[in-house]
Design a protein around this ligand. Structure first.
Ligand code: EUG
Length: 602
């Protein structure tokens, strides 16, 4: 047992931009207690290696550079990363490395963290990086967990923690139903502000509410109200280019009268000329400092779930969802989960259901499920309908009639399940209330960490089956429990599987890497690619999008080298390497299952 610390008070949103809202203080404390009691690792260990310097920068030049940056944006706003690394947990998370390290904890670390306080200070930081040829890695909050967290792709890069000092909600326009935020505004923060102002607006939150609204959108994350496509619902950006110039996109490119912001900036995304916003998502072409979003007017809603008895109902479920989603009878992007997830949203451990290290057997899953509120089943569909009650009732009739085609399916409302059942949290998330519930997954194994595999499949039973079969076989080969969550739209599925591993077990981490590498290649061989990935798998995923001699990557690299000739901005992000780094041994491909010594191989 690891009982080694006097636990600190968890910061609230009032105390810290990345804190937990006070309405969730008790829940945060409980979940942290469960996570820490399932931890065998010490809080931190003495560093074995010295400060990781940026590539090709001497100790002396690094010190000169740090001194100069301190002079320009303030001593307290540049921190050298020389202290012990603390993984912490979701609310008290690091900005120095990936809390859920999949390589060695000390491998993917920054040399320093910078805290700019304004767009001008971001510009100053970018100009400084160009002068000293130091790679930057911007984060908003640093909670891109499962995809790399706060870690820079190039060890020794300087993390630009935008959120610490840039976390203002710049505006909320109740009539236009929109807002403009800085990088450090979390879903929690935006939600609480709207409640405080008593505005009849919803935000759209992902499953966990601590992420950056801006950061998640530029990584093209999703949520679960009708406004769930976060990038699609953005409207206008301000960003700093790698040469230090500031640019506004959309209508924001036209000045408003008398030096004001353009009055239609949050009204129309596309404006005039090429639509360039997209190239600043999942890229390393600019640092977004402000971003507008559309907000949904609040409405009545009803969450519910259906269970389906057999694993083999899978194709039929997918085929029944397709027309319902295309016709927009389904109100949001529903989630289809395997029943095994009923266990890990309770905070229980694998050890509560299974002896030994291998995956739970189907019989064990069945036995445990039969004692749970939804009973023995295979697939659980979580949906939500929106609008006036009469219209919700009519929609639900259509949906029930469709799913009744699967023998043994059952329908549940929140009132049918106990107060602590996950359906109640689903109902919150699907009406834009950010929560922490999904953190419970991490209790599955000691020192729980996670990694997402996120392929896109067409919404067609046989195609979804193809992806599912690859994933099932690969998990079996590598001895991992399989936790599929399918976010099903009318034409495509974000097939998300969450690989849960023990951070204290290098052997298990190595297996997770192999599992990822194999799933990426096997899916690609059948034509299925990921929508997003952990930064250490980005090269491999990017290389699967190689139609016509990698025309897409060549185009991206062309843009990169024009915008960022010194290669200072997030080299390697999403597999895009500037010429200074390209083909010098930084890329990590299928054969790179050993993630020690990331960087040029001697
Ligand atoms: C989830 C969904 C995602 C993602 C990561 C996690 C859901 C987990 C649809 O995208 O990228 C329960």
């Amino acid at each position: 047992m690891a009982a080694q610390t006097i636990l600190s008070i968890i910061p609230t949103l009032k105390e810290k931009h990345s804190g937990a809202p006070s309405r969730l203080s008790q829940e945060a404390q409980d979940v942290r207690g469960r996570l820490f009691s399932n931890r065998t690792l010490p809080v931190s260990r003495p560093r074995e290696k010295p400060v990781r310097l940026p590539p090709d920068v001497s100790q002396e030049d690094f010190e000169t550079a740090v001194k100069e940056l301190r002079g320009s944006i303030g001593d307290e706003n540049v921190e050298v990363n020389d202290k012990d690394l603390v993984d912490g947990w979701y609310i008290e998370h690091p900005n120095t490395h990936d809390a859920f390290h999949i390589a060695d904890q000390e491998e993917l670390v920054s040399s320093a963290t910078v805290y700019p306080g304004s767009t001008e200070e971001v510009q100053a930081t970018v100009r400084w990086a160009n002068k000293f040829k130091i790679p930057l890695y911007p984060i908003s909050i640093g909670r891109n967990l499962g995809y790399g967290g706060a870690a820079p792709r190039v060890p020794g890069g300087v993390v630009v923690d935008l959120g610490r000092r840039m976390h203002k909600i710049l505006s909320i326009d109740a009539e236009n139903a929109s807002c403009v935020v800085e990088p450090g505004v979390t879903y929690f923060g935006l939600y609480e502000e709207i409640q405080n102002r008593k505005l009849p607006l919803w935000i759209d939150t992902p499953d966990l509410g601590g992420g950056s609204v801006l950061g998640n959108a530029i990584d093209r994350g999703v949520g679960y109200t009708p406004y769930g496509d976060h990038f699609a619902n953005h409207c206008g950006m301000e960003l700093v280019l790698p040469n230090g110039e500031v640019l506004r996109t959309g209508m924001g490119a036209m000045p408003g009268p008398d030096g004001s912001d353009n009055p239609t900036w949050q009204s129309f995304q596309h404006a005039f000329g090429p639509s360039i916003d997209g190239i600043f998502s999942q890229s390393n072409f600019g640092i977004v400092t402000k971003m507008g979003f559309h907000l949904m007017p609040e409405t009545d809603h009803q969450s519910y779930c259906f269970t389906f008895p057999h694993d083999d109902d899978f194709e039929q479920i997918v085929d029944l969802i397709r027309p319902l989603a295309q016709k927009r009878i389904l109100g949001n992007i529903p989630q289809l989960r395997h029943v095994i997830q009923e266990f890990n949203v309770t905070g229980k451990r694998k050890a509560d259901f299974h002896d030994g290290t291998g995956p739970m057997t189907r019989d064990e899953i069945r036995a445990a499920a039969s004692k749970m509120p939804l009973g023995d089943c295979s697939w659980v569909f979580y949906g939500t309908q929106y609008g006036p009650p009469e219209s919700i009732a009519a929609q639900l009739e259509v949906i029930k009639n469709e799913f009744a085609k699967i023998q043994g399916s059952r329908f549940f409302l929140p009132s049918d399940v106990p107060k602590d059942h996950y359906l109640h949290d689903r109902s919150l998330v699907c009406s834009g209330v950010p929560v922490l519930r999904e953190l419970e997954w991490l209790n599955w194994v000691p020192n729980g960490a996670h990694l997402f595999f996120s392929p896109i499949a067409p919404t067609r039973g046989k195609d979804a089956r193809t992806v599912h079969d690859v994933v099932v076989a690969a998990h079996k080969r590598h001895g991992f429990d399989l936790f599929p969550t399918l976010c099903v739209a009318g034409r495509e599925i974000h097939y998300i599987t969450n690989i849960i591993y023990d951070r204290a077990q290098p052997e298990m981490k190595a297996r997770a890497v192999r599992l990822m590498r194999e799933m990426i290649d096997e899916c690609a061989a059948k034509g299925f690619g990921e929508y997003r990935t952990h930064l250490l798998f980005a090269d491999q995923v990017a290389s699967t999008y190689n139609w016509n001699n990698s025309a897409l990557m060549r185009f991206n690299e062309t843009i990169k080298d024009v915008l960022d000739p010194n290669g200072i901005l997030a080299p390697g992000r999403n597999g895009i390497w500037p010429k200074r780094f390209k083909n010098k041994g930084w890329e990590l491909k299928t054969e790179d299952v050993d993630l020690a010594n990331i960087g040029p191989r001697s």
